[in-house]
Design a protein around this ligand. Structure first.
Ligand code: NDP
Length: 401
């Protein structure tokens, strides 16, 4: 029985809080805090009325401000902080955890606001400080990063002697009926998908132009989809933790309409992260764009179709080559019915709750800063399937690569 502080009341925060409240035997109390307290209040009200979970409080906090965080943490006394605010806040929240002696979990790696650069170096630099304090920080415990790392760990533990080729495949075959919208925070999402592509091959990173490599891949229950190689943060930790990998790539599906909008947004400078002057006031184009795009948390109502995310792996077992595919499909409609938001938030919030559950029930232990693939995948995957994201696996299938 443990109290948790959840920071961030967006789509992912909503799902994470709902899922924690479904397990009062583990999460005996929840404090949900965000920049805007009214957003936390709406979620808390829905949880009380829909789940009958009463032990939830809300607060306002600026998670960029360490003293504010420290004060809030000390006043509530949680055992764990689940950070589902934005990647910009990762380091300040980790600093506050160190100061107050509280464990930490997040779903996205730190990135500086003024540079679209995804890498773990900043957070891995906290390793010694977390160890010295006897604390544990679990990084990247959403779906991707998150479940994809645990899927890879399962493959390495049970199906291969060595894994050689890893392709993470992420399809969203949902339809929200909008001309253009992003499925999670627009600012973070657009920074991610407009950067150059990058994958790991023979011990080094190979860089591509954005969306340069495309292949039509087939997804279970969805069918063929144009899939593009993009850089995704879990590749960095996976090639470090599975050094037998000869190649590791991340593929994401994009529709033509989405890519056309994205191209226009970039060409007219709206994806820019440098300030520009507008009527004497400096504004950041991408932040302004976020304020006119649909709120990802509101997409759920009319969202149909499903997501399919998995790992396609080739390697050797007992001297013979073999292939393995593990994946989850998630229905946007079912996610909305259960939590009031769409599948992308759902597939992030369920693993965040599951990782927190692993930490609080002593199934994932240790000290220092760790990525999810460093833990035992078995209890996590058992709980994940039980709590909303059932997964499937097949051996010796055509991986299409
Ligand atoms: P949203 O933008 O919907 O929500 C973010 C929330 O964080 C907002 O409620 C916002 O508050 C709050 N917030 C932002 N800045 C601060 C601050 N300084 N102090 C306190 N609260 C703050 O994002 P999502 O819910 O879509 O995504 C949340 C996180 O999940 C992101 O880090 C994203 O990268 C990650 N993610 C991970 C995925 C994975 O599979 N690993 C997939 C999808 C998302 P306010 O509304 O008041 O501004």
């Amino acid at each position: 029985m443990s109290k948790v502080l959840i920071i961030g009341a967006g789509g992912v925060g909503r799902v994470t809080t709902f899922k924690c409240a479904q397990h009062p035997e583990v999460f005996s109390g929840i404090l949900l805090a965000s920049r805007t307290q009214s957003k936390c209040d709406v979620i808390a009200k829905d949880i009380k009325s829909q789940l009958g979970y009463e032990n939830i409080q809300t607060a306002t906090v600026d998670a960029d401000n360490v003293p504010q965080l420290v004060e809030l943490i000390r006043s509530y006394g949680p055992e764990l902080i689940i950070n589902v605010a934005l990647p910009y806040q990762d380091l300040t929240i980790m600093d506050a955890c160190l100061e107050t002696g509280v464990n930490y979990l997040d779903t996205a790696n730190y990135e500086p606001k003024d540079e679209a650069k995804f890498e773990y170096s900043w957070q891995w630099a906290y390793q010694d400080r977390f160890r010295e304090k006897g604390l544990l920080a679990v990084l990247g415990c959403g779906f991707d990063p998150g479940v994809t790392g645990v899927f890879t760990a399962r493959a390495a533990k049970h199906f291969f002697d060595e894994i050689h080729y890893l392709d993470i495949v992420d399809a969203n075959a949902g339809d929200h009926g909008k001309a253009f919208a992003t499925n999670f925070n627009p600012e973070i999402n657009i920074r991610e998908v407009t950067q150059k592509g990058r994958y790991w091959e023979n011990g080094e990173w190979v860089e591509t132009e954005p969306h340069e490599i495309m292949q039509v891949l087939n997804y279970p229950d969805i069918g063929p989809k144009n899939s593009y190689v993009i850089y995704h943060e879990e590749l960095e930790s996976l090639v470090k933790n599975f050094p037998t990998l000869k190649r590791a790539r991340f593929w994401m599906t994009f529709g033509d309409e989405y890519l056309t909008h994205l191209r226009v947004i970039q060409n007219i400078g709206m994806a820019g992260i440098e300030p520009v002057m507008h009527q004497g006031v400096p504004i950041i184009p991408l932040e302004f764009l976020k304020s006119v795009l649909p709120d990802p948390g509101d997409l759920g109502k009319n969202y149909t179709g499903q997501t399919s995310i998995g790992c396609r792996i080739r390697g050797v077992k007992d001297g013979a080559e073999k292939t393995y595919y593990i994946w989850n499909n998630c229905s946007h409609e079912a996610a909305y019915q259960e939590t009031g938001t769409q599948g992308i938030s759902y597939t992030t919030g369920v693993p965040a709750m599951t990782g927190a559950m692993m930490m609080l029930t002593g199934k994932w232990t240790g000290v220092g800063v760790k990525n999810v693939e460093e833990f035992n995948p078995d209890p996590f995957l058992e709980a994940l399937a039980k709590h909303g994201l059932p997964w499937h696996e097949k051996e010796n299938v055509d991986l299409e690569f």
